[in-house]
Design a protein around this ligand. Structure first.
Ligand code: ATP
Length: 244
């Protein structure tokens, strides 16, 4: 479907189209469409923009990733469709591998994501499942060269069980999740409450800046930051001009 650029919901519709394409070519699970829908609802509530709160989390996350010994960027079918180029670029700037980790894992989906990322120029890609993190599900299998040895893991659009498992395995977890109430958002050490398509370019920008000027030591309290996101939503909903 061709979406005119002038459409008021152009950016959001474009993301939907990409995910539908992802389902058609086997990259995205159908449940990924539901996850995006849930994200969109929260995006409306925060005003479809990167809040100052999210920027604070982005700065803290980037500094942590740059200071990590073994940073790893986890990728699933939604991320692969929504922002492959920015995700690959972020991996390059941070010198971190990208590891495919899927909730609905099939060899075909892994192959489809691999092919897509290679097409987009990804050179540092992991997809093994030869070691475990503590969780009951098949998702406990990770790559021994990636999340198996990682000290800091970026998990965009992740579910709560895996976030918890990564925490149990002693990892520092950074989430990107539009829902400040999700289990992932609450369990992660740093949660960036923003749409991944807006957050990634900023993460790249801060990473490049910190690499040339030095990495700051940033104090961050995730609970406080999530409360800030919730307060902003409450404030917006209480504003009588919200429908104008
Ligand atoms: P949890 O188990 O953590 O409570 P969940 O059951 O909602 O979460 P999923 O549906 O797997 O788990 O989660 C996907 C998460 O990603 C949702 O919380 C959703 O808000 C968020 N999300 C979806 N699309 C985007 C996007 N484009 N950018 C950022 N976050 C998104």
């Amino acid at each position: 479907m061709k979406i005119p650029k002038t459409h008021p919901r152009y950016k959001s519709l474009l993301q939907r189209e990409k995910l539908i394409e992802g389902v058609e070519n086997g990259v995205t699970a159908t449940a990924g469409l539901i996850a995006q829908g849930r994200g969109e609802a929260f995006d409306y509530l925060i005003g479809e923009r990167t809040t100052e709160n999210a920027r604070k989390a982005i700065r803290a996350a980037v500094a942590k990733l740059l200071l990590a010994k073994h940073p790893v960027l986890s990728i699933n079918g939604n991320v692969a469709m929504l922002a492959p180029d920015d995700y690959i670029k972020l991996g390059e700037v941070l010198d971190a591998p990208i590891e495919i980790n899927l909730f609905y894992k099939t060899p075909e989906r892994v192959d489809a994501i691999k092919a897509l990322l290679h097409e987009h120029g990804c050179k540092n890609l992991l997809f093994g499942d030869n070691t475990r993190i503590p969780t009951e599900s098949a998702r406990g299998f990770v790559d021994s060269r990636g999340q198996g040895i990682a000290d800091v893991v970026l998990v965009p659009l992740e579910d709560g069980d895996r976030t918890e498992a990564l925490k149990k395995a002693g990892k520092f977890v950074i989430a990107i999740d539009l829902n400040p109430l999700s289990r992932t958002a609450r369990k992660a050490d740093i949660t960036i409450v923003d749409n991944i398509v807006r957050a990634l370019p900023l993460m790249i920008k801060y990473a490049e800046g910190y690499k040339s000027r030095g990495v700051p030591n940033i104090e961050f309290n995730n609970r406080e930051n999530l409360m800030g996101a919730i307060a902003l939503i409450k404030e917006r909903l209480a504003d009588e001009t919200i429908l104008d």
